[in-house]
Design a protein around this ligand. Structure first.
Ligand code: ADP
Length: 275
């Protein structure tokens, strides 16, 4: 008889445990949703005042008669405001990606033009630091491809900005290569730097969010550790992959790879195909 009673109580016990676990999970999901909503609302509400801070300090700086001191202060206001706006936009992006709101677009574009644009945007940063910046384009990249140009540019800029940020001497190279696989044309963008590098034990954490190997460095250069997690989510939304190879003191290679469909020559460029 005793055996039965014991079994019975342990079954109810198990059920109670399972129910408690379920309730805890529900509470966690609700809390996480509340947190996401809070962050999204806050970020959204912060954009308007921030745009005023940025807009007015820009206008103020256009005044030729400013004293040097006033100009310095206005420049500080402008750069602090811009940094905060970047953070707010990152948080909004994460929220949108997590809510699955971000659609992948399929427009025709030239990979060469995308690369040129991204490079011209980061060129001033690398020149300021005295770093070399070059591009190595592989075979078969001359034509139009169909894909989400804006998102690709966003990821590319994240990686290029990081490479410049974490490199003190040497340079940054962007390598683009096309390779045909059974699943289509894979295009791989690799950003290779001669910077500080990342220990093996930290490499996996980079793409999880809010992780920085050395927060004091980033405090100097800005950033909160969201760029790579946003990049990863975007690349995954496009059905691609992202990764890093790195050795401390030697430099890092951050790469991502997506499938892009080549557009046959002669087909109208810039239009989405009919659904
Ligand atoms: P952020 O740059 O805003 O800190 P990221 O998500 O882009 O955020 O990067 C997270 C962390 O990964 C950085 O703080 C840095 O520690 C590390 N990291 C990223 N790119 C590089 C790189 N090219 N070289 C060395 N460390 C890097």
């Amino acid at each position: 008889g005793l055996g039965f009673v014991q079994t019975f109580s342990s079954v109810t016990e198990q059920r109670r445990h399972a129910r408690e676990l379920e309730e805890a999970k529900d509470a966690a999901v609700r809390a996480s949703r509340a947190k996401d909503e809070f962050l999204a609302t806050m970020s959204h509400e912060m954009r308007t005042p921030l745009n005023a801070v940025i807009g007015y300090s820009e206008r103020f700086l256009r005044d030729q008669a400013l004293s040097l001191q006033a100009r310095r202060m206005a420049e500080h206001i402008l750069s602090a405001g811009s940094a905060l706006l970047c953070l707010v936009n990152d948080v909004l992006d994460i929220g949108r990606i997590e809510a699955g709101i971000i659609d992948v677009r399929h427009e025709s574009f030239l990979v060469t033009a995308l690369v040129e644009e991204a490079i011209s945007l980061v060129q001033p940063l690398s020149t300021d630091k005295g770093l070399a910046l070059d591009v190595v384009l592989g075979e078969g990249l001359g034509g139009f491809f169909r894909g989400d140009r804006d998102r690709l540019r966003q990821v590319l800029l994240n990686l290029l900005n990081n490479a410049i940020k974490f490199t003190a001497a040497g340079g940054v190279r962007l390598r683009v290569a096309r390779r045909d696989t059974p699943r289509g044309d894979r295009i791989r963008f690799s950003v290779i730097d001669t910077g500080i590098g990342i220990a093996k034990s930290d490499q996996g954490k980079l793409f999880q969010g809010f992780f920085q190997v050395d927060p004091t460095i980033s405090r100097r250069f800005g950033g909160v550790g969201l760029g790579l997690v946003i990049s990863r989510r975007l690349v995954e939304r496009m059905g691609g992959a992202i990764g890093v190879e790195s050795a401390p003191g030697e430099g890092s290679t951050f790469w991502f790879e997506v499938t892009l469909t080549p557009v046959p020559p002669g087909e109208a460029a810039g239009k989405d195909p009919p659904a």
